[in-house]
Write a protein that binds this ligand. Structure first.
Ligand code: NAD
Ligand code: WQD
Length: 339
């Protein structure tokens, strides 16, 4: 299948490209490299030993998008491009609505103009907000607590309406829980340009010596060890979910939101202990007050992914930590340093 991948140079995109190329899809990446490096694509090409077409462009640039659609004639789009920091979205809400919402509108317009009627969209468990019940299924009410989360919810609604206008259209809204890990090669991985907001990249930077210690945001939650629990999903499993979603979209018109997680949750201290084992390095940490907006526990109901996509997570905490360490230890400065 000819697949246009927006944001393909990013963390989840680069891992998905590998799976797509290994599954013999023809792929074109459309990315403006605002939060990624061309080096990621070079490494994907060398790992897959397959050609990878690339266009440097912004999803808000309709001229460039239309040129790209006219030349490549994609049969499907996987739409990763967007801004993703919860904290930054509070400070710069308009940028988030502009890139995430207005950018998606331009993309859908280009798809409509060029007869492309299949999309897999990167949504997030953040659309659920604070869960009323766990594990959280796709029918759980949507009550996102940040501009970022609201931008994802809005895009979901827009895609749902777009898909409803024509009976041949198919859309899969993948709601990722907490993506972590890296390709087992250690050649590609998550490369935050700033101080990491997320737990796993922060822990990895402490292990490699870039940061002195981890701040554990609260140890007084109503969980087994008092620290926050999340449903971490290995990025390779997540990449496979995209391939399964593409196949599903090819045979199933309509629009479906689907959780992508493991169905289990892991605490901050369990993650720290697992990373110490995987890396053989100590992870010094200090318990500090809770982070505003955090919840005690989050966990996916993954029955729908299994039922519709025939997909389920295969990789556990140990592989998540081992692969992150393989990437971080070989690339202490990320893509900025050639391996
Ligand atoms: P990332 O920042 O690594 O990748 C996003 C990519 O989009 C980058 O390569 C960036 O350069 C590109 N991009 C951003 N704005 C663009 C624009 N205007 N035009 C073209 N390209 C643009 O992020 P990621 O972690 O790989 O996330 C991918 C998607 O998944 C995002 O939409 C994110 O919101 C969503 N998501 C991520 C997580 C997570 O924890 N990583 C969780 C849930 C959902
Ligand atoms: C996990 C746990 C923290 C950092 C965020 C977004 C969500 C999605 C995934 C995009 C929590 C604790 C963290 C640290 C800590 N992204 N923690 N010290 O908050 O579940 O989800 O990323 O869609 O939208 O909100 O993930 O990795 O930030 O936190 O103790 O330095 O680790 O309190 O319990 P979160 P996270």
């Amino acid at each position: 299948m000819r697949v246009l991948v927006t944001g393909g140079a990013g963390y989840i995109g680069s891992h998905t490209l590998l799976q797509l190329l290994r599954s013999d899809h023809d792929v074109l990446v459309y990315d403006n490299f605002t939060n990624s490096a061309p080096e990621a694509l070079a490494r994907v090409q060398s790992l897959s030993n397959r050609p990878l077409a690339q266009v440097t462009g912004d999803i808000r640039d309709s001229t460039r998008l239309n040129e790209t659609f006219a030349q490549f004639r994609p049969e499907a789009v996987i739409h990763f491009a967007g801004l993703k920091s919860v904290g930054n979205s509070v400070a710069h809400p308009l940028s988030y609505y502009d890139t995430n919402v207005a950018g998606t509108l331009q993309l859908l317009r280009a798809m409509s103009s060029h007869g492309c009627d299949r999309i897999v969209f990167s949504s997030s468990a953040t659309v659920y907000g604070e869960a009323i019940y766990l594990p959280c299924d796709e029918d759980h009410p949507l009550q996102p607590a940040s501009p970022y989360g609201r931008s994802k919810m809005m895009v979901e609604m827009i895609i749902r309406d777009w898909a409803a206008r024509h009976r041949d259209t198919s859309a899969v809204l993948l709601r990722y829980f907490n993506p972590v890990g890296a390709d087992a090669s250690g050649r590609i991985g998550e490369d935050p340009t700033d101080i990491p907001e997320n737990l796993m990249p922060y822990v990895a930077q402490v292990a490699v010596g870039t940061r002195a210690e981890l701040s554990v945001y609260g140890a007084d939650y109503p969980t087994d060890d008092g620290t926050g629990e999340r449903d971490y999903i290995h990025v390779e499993d997540l990449a496979r979910a995209h391939c399964a979603a593409l196949d599903y979209a090819a045979r199933s018109p309509g629009c479906e939101a689907i959780n992508v997680g493991t169905g289990t949750s892991v605490s901050v201290l369990q993650m720290v202990a697992a990373f110490e084992r995987a890396s053989g390095r100590p992870i010094p940490y200090r318990v500090v007050p809770r982070r505003a907006g955090d919840v005690a526990r989050m966990c996916a109901n993954v029955a729908k992914a299994q039922r519709l996509l025939g997909w389920q997570a295969q990789m556990g905490l140990e592989e998540m930590c081992r692969s992150t360490w393989a990437w971080q230890s070989a690339n202490p400065a990320g893509y900025r340093q050639q391996a």
